[in-house]
Design a protein around this ligand. Structure first.
Ligand code: KG4
Ligand code: ZN
Length: 343
């Protein structure tokens, strides 16, 4: 089965072609970061308009790169939620129209299921069942992945996502949007112990996170610090350390709880070096192995939507002709491919 996949849930326009036997044939991505930078965050209306501009050219490029045409596509997968409604609708409308024109089935995919399954594109793929830490700009959660489509939420953030905490702290340090990666680089020059920040929820039992208090502490630290490059780097180090320490502690606790020997880390923050190093080290010490998608599949992309779509289309799942998307869509509403209600 050969799938065309479309992702437009936020500020990345992406198209991919995945073949069930030959693997990933193409993946194209257009990032809108430059468009939103001046506003310090994603502007939903601008995002939708830009998706409209980019989608068709990207689709043509992806088909060309894959060396395939409409007659060889057996199904379309598109992100149906959660995300920005206007942005989701652009991808869903195109997917439905293309599926109708090409006479093939289409399936609306859950964006977070895409993130969770992105590591399946790598060799070796993570074993099932496993524990997953999903850390992106919009979500931070720990889940037990019992099988494809069978997810048990262990805990999530009560307020800001880890990526949001990185980005908001980066903004306070004067770094350009979406500062997470730059904060990580600045932190490399920071000195351990030079600045102290709280570790949110670290002492609480369970698997919940809370990062909204961190930005107040960062604001105070920025105000109190001298205006030197070293002081900024020290604060960046402390921010990263606070977030990474919390994520690691809860992920390790989740591994102990589930008894799994594999941890999958997905989402944009999974590209953070300090998190990767610390997790690899700590997981190994308790006999578990950590699996990641390659960095470009940690952040939003269409390859991960193709993977999730392939599992579901193969099982005979199809979405109806209506162009339906969901801004909110709890992960636990999903069922294994072929066994649940389809959007
Ligand atoms: O998964 P993603 O592309 O988008 C969502 O679905 O939310 O994640 C983007 C988030 C942003 O907050 C970005 O700053 C963060 O991931 N991020 C990082 C790094 N690379 C991306 N945060 C810290 N260190 C990084 N290297
Ligand atoms: Zn995402």
């Amino acid at each position: 089965m050969r799938i065309l996949a479309i992702e437009t849930s936020c500020d990345e326009t992406a198209v991919a072609v995945l073949d069930g036997e030959r693997g990933l044939l193409a993946h194209e991505l257009w990032s809108q970061i430059d468009l939103h930078r001046a506003f310090g965050g994603v502007v939903p209306e601008l995002a939708s308009r830009d998706h409209l501009r980019r989608l068709l050219p990207l689709l043509r490029t992806a088909l060309r790169e894959a060396g395939t045409d409409a007659t060889q596509i057996d199904g379309i997968a598109y992100t149906a939620g959660p995300g920005l409604v206007g942005a989701l609708l652009t991808g869903a409308a195109l997917a439905r129209a293309v599926a109708f024109g090409w006479r093939c089935p289409a399936i609306g995919v859950h964006h977070l299921e895409g993130h969770l399954l992105a590591a399946m594109l790598e060799v070796p793929a993570p074993p099932l069942p496993h524990t997953a830490l999903l850390v992106s700009g919009g979500h931070t959660l720990l889940a037990e992945v019992r099988a494809v489509g069978d997810y048990r939420l262990l805990g999530q953030t009560r307020d800001d996502a880890a990526g949001e905490a990185f980005d908001k702290s980066a903004k306070l340090l004067g770094l350009p949007y979406p500062g997470g990666p730059q904060l990580g680089e600045l932190a490399q020059r920071g000195r351990p112990g030079a600045c102290a920040l709280p570790r949110p929820m670290l002492d609480r039992p369970g698997f919940e996170f809370s990062f909204s208090g961190l930005k107040t502490a960062v604001l105070q630290a920025v105000r109190a610090a001298p205006a030197t490059e070293q002081a900024r780097a020290d604060i960046a180090y402390a921010v990263q350390d606070a977030i990474v320490t919390t994520l690691c502690a809860k992920a390790l606790r989740a591994l102990q709880f589930t008894g799994h020997d594999a941890l999958v880390v997905a989402g944009g923050v999974g590209a953070n070096r300090a998190l990767r190093t610390r997790l690899a080290h700590e997981a190994l010490a308790c006999g578990a192995r950590v699996y990641y998608p390659r960095p470009e599949f940690c952040t939003d992309n269409a390859a991960m939507i193709a993977v999730a779509g392939l599992y579901r289309l193969r099982a005979g799942e199809r979405s109806g002709l209506a162009i339906e998307v969901r801004a909110r869509w709890p992960l636990e509403e999903l069922a294994p491919p072929g066994r649940g209600r389809v959007l």
